[in-house]
Design a protein around this ligand. Structure first.
Ligand code: PLP
Length: 416
């Protein structure tokens, strides 16, 4: 285990005050704060090695390219990818999922891409607990292709209703796309089992690991999935960069999404041919300074050890569940036990709107998120307009959970 107080010193923002009191940052599921090494890595690239990548033959071009491609190696190790060429850099996970959805629809006319073609007899399966970025791209793909859009419902505890799987995932299922850890509920889903279900009917599995990558050890081979994506800013890395990983044989047959520079093999006015993965999917000038900063974030997490990260956050989440259970009128939306759940707890306070809760907590220096957390179907499922969500990271302490619970009591006192 690591020393949280030592870690906190690595994050400059954690020493600031908000409204004259020390910041209590409980919004890491929204975006995580950055350690100094990440801030330094981005600025170092700009200060000392900046140039465009892949196309310049001069020294700076080669240094920037080495840093960018080195980041690809770091990501491949982090998720245990068999090949570095399976790692594609995108703007964020939203773009990664859209990349897949648009590449699938481009398969309609792409030679050798039959396996990705969808039509009216096919269906796409997601879950009711998805972030909008793992719903809307598939709804749009369904509209473009005529495929049916289906979802696995969730139960009262915020778990997938697995009894529905046999009827929902059938021989006409082409894609099963699901979240590893829900941002709105904290639920951790049985990824390997869902991937196996997809494989059994010849469907492809796609995993939204946006909330898993910062908190759990990731091993794409052990999970047996086909595609997996995450976003840089939630793993203590910079904004503006995300990752799509895919099995090489699939990527090699998948049509491109965006066309432009660097994604081609040859171009003529009669037509173009495309580069091999990963470059086929990285059109245009990429996130040159963000890639080494993402690598710095991953190195930072790896040095802590993802098992230690999981253990620390498991303990914090357990403590928070215990303390929040003592707050009268507080209802947890999502699993109420610490089993197969991650470090984000959504709740409602009887008679008080979540936005009021968040605003009053902010006056005490406590940052939480209120709203539907871009997972509106979850709110619809429980018949609530919004929730307040407290989410934790490697720098969260029990004292911060205590501050949250005290803050909630103060909010309740204000509302009588
Ligand atoms: C589970 C999940 N998926 C996808 C996203 C989208 O991330 P981004 O906005 O970085 O693309 C988020 C962000 O909150 C998320 O929590």
């Amino acid at each position: 285990m690591f020393d949280v107080e030592v870690i906190r010193k690595d994050f400059p923002i954690l020493s600031r005050e908000v409204h004259g009191v020390p910041l209590v940052y409980l919004d890491s599921a929204n975006s995580a704060q950055k350690p100094q090494v990440v801030i330094d890595a981005e600025s170092d690239l700009y200060a000392h090695h900046y140039s465009n990548v892949a196309r310049a033959v001069h020294t700076l071009g080669s240094e920037a390219t080495t840093a960018y491609e080195g980041a690809r190696d770091t990501v491949a190790r982090f998720i245990n990818a068999p090949r570095r060429e399976e790692v594609i850099f995108t703007k964020n996970i939203t773009e990664a999922l859209n990349l897949l959805a648009y590449s699938f629809s481009n398969a309609t006319t792409f030679p050798g891409a039959d396996q990705f073609r969808l039509g009216p007899n096919d269906n796409i399966v997601v879950t009711e607990m998805e972030h909008h970025s793992n719903i809307v791209p598939w709804q749009l793909l369904a509209q473009r292709t005529g495929a049916e859009f289906r979802f696995i419902p969730i139960d009262d505890e915020g778990r997938l209703d697995e009894s529905a799987l046999d009827t929902l995932i059938d021989t006409n299922t082409k894609l099963v796309s699901f979240v590893y850890q829900s941002n709105a509920l904290g639920t951790i889903n049985p990824v390997a089992e869902l991937a196996a279900r997809a494989r059994a009917v010849g469907a492809l599995s796609i995993v939204d690991a946006a909330q898993a990558a910062p908190h759990l050890p990731l091993d794409v081979q052990a999970l047996g999935v086909d595609f997996l994506a995450f976003t840089g800013h939630k793993v203590y890395g910079p904004t503006g960069i995300g990752v799509l990983w895919g099995r090489y044989d699939l990527l090699a047959a998948l049509p491109p999404f965006l066309g432009g520079g660097e994604m081609i093999e040859t171009v003529s006015m009669q037509g173009s041919t495309y580069a091999e993965p990963p470059h086929r999917f990285e059109a245009g000038t990429p996130m040159i300074a963000q890639a080494p900063a993402l690598a710095a974030a991953i190195d930072y997490l790896t040095a802590l050890g993802m098992d230690n990260v999981r253990a620390h956050e498991g303990a914090i989440t357990g403590y928070a569940l215990e303390r929040l259970a003592t707050v009268p009128g507080l209802r947890i939306i999502g699993p109420s036990t610490n089993h197969d759940r991650g470090a984000a707890i959504s709740f409602t306070l009887e008679g008080i709107h979540p936005h009021d809760v968040a605003q009053l907590l902010d006056e005490r220096g406590i940052a939480v998120r209120a709203g539907h957390h871009c997972a509106r179907p979850v709110c619809l499922r429980y018949g609530i307009p919004a929730t307040t969500r407290a989410s934790f990271g490697i720098y969260t302490t029990n004292a911060e959970i205590d501050a949250l619970v005290e803050g909630l009591s103060a909010v309740q006192a204000m509302f009588g």
